[in-house]
Each structure stands twice: as C-alpha cells, then as structure tokens.
Design a protein around this ligand. Structure first.
Ligand code: IPE
Ligand code: IPE
Ligand code: MG
Length: 233
C-alpha cells in the first residue's frame, strides 16, 4: 500500500449532517471538529507527512453573521485546546490564507501556535483559513511583481510564491458530501492530484473512510502524460 505524502481535504457537509437530524447547522460544525481530530491522528499514524484542510474559504464570509462568528469561536477554542495537544504530538501547524480579515485575537493565536510548532516534524498540518485558490495565485503574482518585476517567471519560481510553499503538491484530494467541485480550494497545486469524491458528509468521515480513500488512491494509475505501456517498462 502506497501512503500518499500529502493529502488535502475539502471538509464539506456539516450543515446537511445537522439538517438531517433536525439540528441547527452549527451542531454539524461541532461534530465536524471531532472528525478533524480523528483524521489528524490517523494521518499521523499512517505516516502521511502533509495534511491540508480547507477550514474556511474566502467566500464563506458570505454566510450569515451568526454562523461565521460561531465558526471563528470554534476555531479559537480548537487552537487553545486541541492544537496545543498536537504540539505534544510533534505536529507542525501552519495557517494559509489571507489573514487580513481575521480578528486580532485569532490572529494572535494563529501566530503563537505557528511559532510554537515550527520545529515539529512528524505531521505538517496546514489549515486553509480565509483561503481561496484564486487569491493564492494573485498574491503570488503581486509578490513576484514587488520582488523582481523584470525577471522571467518559470513554473518553478512561481510555485515558490504560493502559500503552500515549500510543501510538495498533494497526491490525493478528498471532498466529502457528494459535491464534485473544488470550490476555490488549492488550484495550481492540484495539477496532478487524484481527486476522490465521496457522498459521506464530513461529520461521518471516520478513519475507516480515510483508509478507503487511500485504497482507492492505490488503485489509480498516475501517468503524468505518459502511456500505460511506458509506465510498465
Ligand atoms: C463545511 O460544511 C464547513 C464549512 C464550509 C466551514 P458546510 O457548512 O458547507 O455544510 P453544507 O455543505 O451546508 O452541508
Ligand atoms: C467549501 O465548502 C469550503 C470549505 C469546506 C471550507 P462550501 O460548502 O463553502 O462550498 P460550496 O459553496 O458548496 O461550493
Ligand atoms: Mg458546504
């Protein structure tokens, strides 16, 4: 069994999970957070080196104010409770996204935990927060212009300006909840990812479900433009 080095997940379906149970949407977010904990631990056990989770997209600010503030409070609580425990488990935590719209309090927590865990090396956990793939590309372009406006850009140089740098690109993308779209998550970095779409809602995505996704990944032939025959040689 090949264990992918980097797995990226669009954790979707919390609202529908709650609705099915006649609960408020936010109850689904609370359940979703429990799965985050389980999946992070399982990735670490499996020897996955990088895990990128889409926690809150730039477009998610469009949600009702109450839901946004519930999500921000939940995040803040997770950082102060669970993320410090992850530090003890040698997990390195980084946040990627446009940090300008986050509250001072959360920004402070984000910086502290990033700094605290910066030398850890078991699992690299990236939380995409106020992130979008189009934003990532545009911020890269702007930083390139500011740094070296006349230098010709190569794909290699460009990728060094993306927020995910220096992580390798994910081999496996998982999206839960039955939607088969990327919803402005990482774009450039998905160039050759295997994309696994499951109808399971995020609060139901347990460690067995992750094992199934990895099994599926193992059944794929990654050709990178070549033919099957070339690969078999
Ligand atoms: C994903 O679940 C969590 C976030 C986007 C923060 P949703 O809240 O999108 O759940 P659905 O898609 O409405 O079921
Ligand atoms: C994508 O889910 C964002 C996160 C999982 C954080 P959405 O629920 O926001 O995506 P759409 O709106 O259905 O495309
Ligand atoms: Mg959704």
């Amino acid at each position: 069994m090949v264990i992918p080095k980097h797995v990226a997940i669009i954790m979707d379906g919390n609202g529908r999970w709650a609705k099915k149970r006649l609960l408020p949407r936010v109850a689904g977010h609370v359940r979703g957070v429990k799965r985050v904990k389980e999946i992070v631990e399982h990735c670490s056990e499996l020897g996955i080196r990088y895990l990128t989770l889409f926690a809150f997209g730039r477009e998610n600010w469009r949600r009702p104010k109450e839901e946004v503030s519930f999500l921000m409070n939940l995040l803040s609580e997770q950082i102060s409770k669970e993320f410090y425990k992850l530090h003890e488990k040698n997990v390195r935590i980084r946040f990627m996204g446009d940090k300008t719209r986050l509250s001072h309090a959360i920004l402070g927590q984000v910086k502290d935990i990033e700094q605290l865990t910066s030398n850890n090396n078991k699992l690299n956990l990236n939380i995409a927060l106020d992130y979008s793939g189009t934003y990532d590309i545009v911020q890269a372009v702007n930083r390139i212009i500011a740094n070296s406006p006349t230098q010709p850009i190569t794909e290699e140089i460009f990728s060094q300006y993306l927020l995910s740098y220096p992580d390798p690109d994910p081999e496996l993308l998982i999206r839960t909840s039955g939607e088969s779209r990327v919803s402005n998550f990482i774009l450039w970095q998905l160039a050759y990812s295997e994309c696994y779409f499951t109808s399971k809602l995020w609060p139901d995505f347990d460690k067995r479900a992750l094992d199934s996704a990895i099994e599926w990944f193992n059944s794929r032939e990654r050709r990178f433009g070549m033919t099957s025959e070339q690969l078999k040689k």
